[in-house]
Write a protein that binds this ligand. Structure first.
Ligand SMILES: Cc1cc2nc3c(=O)[nH]c(=O)nc-3n(C[C@H](O)[C@H](O)[C@H](O)COP(=O)(O)O)c2cc1C
Length: 308
C-alpha cells in the first residue's frame, strides 16, 4: 500500500510497466555493464541502449567529445556493434537484470528501419523499441527522417506494422515545428514520444583555427539545452495524447520534476551519467523525496501539474 510517505513511482509507457519514471538515455550508459560497479541497475525504471543499426558502424573520427560551458558536444557517429553482435554479446547481460530493456535503433533507409523492427520483435527479453529518427535519410538526399512530418509519418507507420513491441519515437529538436512532428508520429501509431535528442552544434579552437570536433559538427547535450528541452516537452505534451518522455539536461531530481510538471510521464538521464555514474539512482531518490515532501501520493499525479 503506497502512502504520502511512500509515494508510488510506477508509470506505464505503452505496454511497459516501469517501477519508476527514470530511464537512462541512449548512448550515455554504454551497454549497462560499465555502470554495474556504481549502483544496482535494477533500481532504474528502464535502460535504453546505444543506438543499434543492422550492420556495425565504426563511427566518426576523433575528437568525438568536446566540453562546452554547460554541456558537451558529441559526434560519436552512431558507433555500434550492429544487430547480430548486439544480440550475441550484449543482450545476455541485460537479460540478467529485472529492469526493462528498451532498444534504441535507427537505419539509413525505411527498409533498414523496418527490417530491424521485425528482427527485434522476434527476440526475447526486450520490452520496447525507441526509434531514433534524427539520422540522415540516404534515399532523400540526407535530410533527417525526423524533420519532415510526412516522411516521419510514413516511416513510423511501416515500423508500427513490423513490431508488436512498445514503440517510442525519439524526436529531434532540429526542426521548425516539433509539435507537428509529434502529432504526425502519434497518428502513425507510436505508443510514446521521447524528446529531445541533441542540438546540432560546433566549437572552434582559436589557436589551431580548427574545429574542436573531428566531424566539425556534433550534437549539444547537457544543462545548456534544458530550458529549450523543457519548452518543447511542454508544447508537445499539450498536443498529443500518448505519453511524453522528457530528455535534455536532466542533472538532478529537481530537473526531472520540472519535466514531469510540464507533462512528461517519464524522463531520461543522459549526459549526467558521464559526470556522475549514479545520477539515475540519485534522481529516483530525489523524485521520491519531492513527492513525499509535497504530500503527493504518486508520480502519475504530478504529471502536468504545471500551473500557468
Ligand atoms: C555521447 C552521447 C551519445 C549519444 N548516442 C545516442 C544514440 O546512439 N541514439 C540516440 O537516440 N541518442 C543518443 N544520444 C542523445 C541522448 O540520448 C540524449 O537524447 C541527449 O544527450 C540529451 O539529453 P542529455 O542532455 O540529458 O544528455 C547521445 C548523447 C551523447 C551525449
Amino acid at each position: 500500500m503506497n502512502s504520502i510517505c511512500d509515494p508510488d513511482l510506477s508509470v506505464k509507457i505503452g505496454n511497459i510497466k516501469l517501477k519508476n519514471p527514470v530511464m537512462v538515455a541512449s548512448g550515455t550508459f554504454g551497454f549497462g555493464e560499465e555502470y554495474e560497479d556504481f549502483f544496482d541497475l535494477n533500481q532504474l525504471g528502464a535502460i535504453i541502449t546505444k543506438g543499434i543499426s543492422l550492420e556495425p558502424i565504426i563511427g566518426n573520427p576523433p575528437p568525438r567529445i568536446f566540453e562546452t560551458e554547460g554541456g558537451i558536444i558529441n559526434s560519436i557517429g552512431l558507433q555500434n556493434p550492429g544487430f547480430k553482435e548486439f544480440i550475441k554479446k550484449r543482450l545476455p547481460y541485460f537479460k540478467k537484470l529485472r529492469t526493462p530493456l528498451i532498444i534504441n535503433f535507427f537505419g539509413n533507409t525505411q527498409r533498414e528501419y523496418v527490417e530491424l523492427a521485425k528482427r527485434f520483435d522476434e527476440v526475447m527479453g526486450i520490452s520496447g523499441l525507441e526509434m531514433n529518427i534524427s539520422c540522415p535519410n540516404v534515399q532523400q538526399g540526407g535530410l533527417a527522417f525526423g524533420s519532415d512530418p510526412k516522411i516521419a509519418y510514413r516511416l513510423v507507420g511501416q515500423v508500427r506494422k513490423a513490431t508488436k513491441l512498445t514503440l517510442i519515437v525519439k524526436l529531434s529538436p532540429n526542426v521548425t515545428d516539433i509539435e507537428a512532428m509529434a502529432k504526425s508520429v502519434e497518428e502513425a501509431g507510436a505508443d510514446a514520444v521521447s524528446l529531445i535528442n541533441t542540438f546540432r552544434a560546433m566549437a572552434v579552437n582559436i589557436h589551431t583555427k580548427k574545429p574542436e570536433i573531428g566531424n566539425i559538427i556534433g550534437g549539444l547535450s547537457g544543462p545548456a539545452i534544458k530550458p529549450i528541452a523543457l519548452r518543447m516537452v511542454w508544447e508537445v505534451s499539450r498536443r498529443v495524447e500518448i505519453p511524453v518522455i522528457g530528455i535534455g539536461g536532466i542533472m538532478k531530481a529537481e530537473d526531472a520534476v520540472e519535466f514531469i510538471l510540464v507533462g512528461a510521464s517519464a524522463i531520461q538521464v543522459g549526459t549526467a551519467n558521464l559526470i556522475n555514474p549514479t545520477s539515475g539512482a540519485d534522481v529516483i531518490k530525489g523524485i521520491k523525496r519531492y513527492l513525499a515532501q509535497n504530500r503527493i501520493s504518486s508520480v502519475q499525479k504530478l504529471t502536468g501539474l504545471f500551473n500557468v
